[in-house]
Write a protein that binds this ligand. Structure first.
Ligand code: HEM
Length: 132
């Protein structure tokens, strides 16, 4: 049967940052080490200082033994929720929607072209009529 892993955000985990209630995040997993503070051979202060952030580097730097790594599993209470940030909504812009506005702008800009063509045609027409 699949086991459900509890997920915690870093914000949630970092709220547990005291000697009575101390969680650390190591390699994507969340550990409640409150009951272990007094027993930790490296001291309780290092654990309290390791709260509120990813303490993987500090944990690895201390060169923990295989024994220590096996021991830590009993304090694991869940995993870090690393949901990707939400993708900003894309605005769907319809090109067709802009078309009437574009036609209007074009017409406003070049209204004189058809007027000039008609004008010139009329003038030329009159001139031809006179020549006849
Ligand atoms: C559930 C988490 C942890 C467990 C079970 C644990 C366990 C242990 C154990 C058993 C030792 C003795 C040496 C060994 O066997 O490796 C130790 C030493 C030490 N630990 Fe941890 N530890 C934990 C987390 C951390 C974290 C997060 C840090 C650092 C921020 C840390 C820093 C140290 C240091 C500095 C030592 C002393 C090393 C030395 O004296 O050479 N530990 N730890």
């Amino acid at each position: 049967m699949p086991t459900l892993t509890k997920l915690y955000t870093m914000e949630e985990a970092s709220e547990h940052n005291t000697a009575e209630d101390c969680w650390v995040v190591i390699d994507g997993k969340v550990y409640d080490v409150s009951s272990y503070l007094d027993e930790h051979p490296g001291g309780d202060d290092v654990l309290i200082r390791a709260t509120g952030k990813d303490a993987t580097d500090e944990f690895e730097d201390a060169g923990h033994s295989k024994d220590a790594r096996e021991q830590m599993e009993q304090f694991c209470i869940g995993e870090l929720d690393v949901a990707p940030p939400p993708i900003p909504e894309l605005e769907i812009v319809s090109k067709k929607k802009d078309l009437p506005q574009k036609v209007l702008n074009f017409t406003k800009q070049y209204w004189f072209v058809p007027v000039a063509v008609v004008g010139i045609s009329v003038v030329l027409g009159i001139l031809f009529q006179r020549k006849k």
